[in-house]
Design a protein around this ligand. Structure first.
Ligand SMILES: [Zn+2]
Length: 121
């Protein structure tokens, strides 16, 4: 696998996670309520504050979603996660992923109900 391909694939997965889960750290968001987004510089470049976290430490396992393996975390949470045993790390990340999914469902239901009410008017 060429480096360029890897990088393009990385970008692609990064983008999918941003659309599915958001561009913030999964751990900080639930532990400290921080949506730590990327820093958009004035020159148009982006300083990435969040990186791809592979729960099982296998960079080729890019399974997405609630039961997936790859999520967004910030560099400092990535460091903290590194000190955990893989089993604990997978469990922790999955727990937050489930919480995020529930939150998304609530948001969706809310929007859906609001749309229904509006269409009845
Ligand atoms: Zn974090």
């Amino acid at each position: 696998m060429s480096k360029r391909f890897t990088s393009a694939r990385h970008e692609y997965i990064d983008d999918l996670i941003t659309r599915a889960e958001g561009d913030f750290c999964l751990v900080c968001y639930f532990e400290r309520g921080i949506r730590r987004r990327d820093i958009h510089r004035k020159d148009g470049t982006i300083r990435k504050r969040i990186i791809l976290e592979h729960a099982d430490n296998d960079p080729s396992n890019n399974a997405l979603g609630v039961d997936g393996n790859v999520h967004h975390v910030c560099r400092s949470c990535n460091k903290k996660l590194e000190s955990l045993k893989i089993r604990d790390k997978v469990k922790k990340i999955r727990g937050y992923s489930v919480l995020l999914e529930r939150e998304r469902e609530r948001e969706f239901t809310y929007l859906e109900r609001r749309t229904e009410r509006r269409s009845k008017l």
